[in-house]
Write a protein that binds this ligand. Structure first.
Ligand SMILES: [Zn+2]
Length: 94
């Protein structure tokens, strides 16, 4: 007998490196250049490379370090990364 299995897509949080079901994670991307703004983190728009953060890590104090690493941004930019991330998450929660 065939068991009915729902396929769960599992992705890894870039900060804590724990694997979660995709729907439990924030899917984000880093835009190098866009018409409205340059270089920012935003919710995944469906194009380009994306990365994932879990619900706990989005508010973690040191998450910007991981973001800089993932997005290949100099550590000097981490305050901006942190701010961008918070903005992106706010959009998601609306
Ligand atoms: Zn995490």
């Amino acid at each position: 007998m065939k068991a009915k299995k729902k396929r769960i897509i599992v992705r890894m949080c870039v900060h804590c490196r724990v694997r979660f079901a995709q729907n439990e994670l924030y899917r984000l991307q880093y835009i190098q250049q866009s018409p409205i703004a340059q270089k920012k983190i935003m919710l995944y728009s469906g194009q380009g490379r994306s990365f994932y953060l879990c619900c706990e890590c989005v508010s973690h104090r040191k998450v910007a370090h991981s973001l800089c690493r993932v997005c290949k941004v100099d550590k000097k930019g981490k305050d901006d990364m942190d701010k961008n991330l918070k903005e992106a998450i706010c959009q998601q929660q609306k």
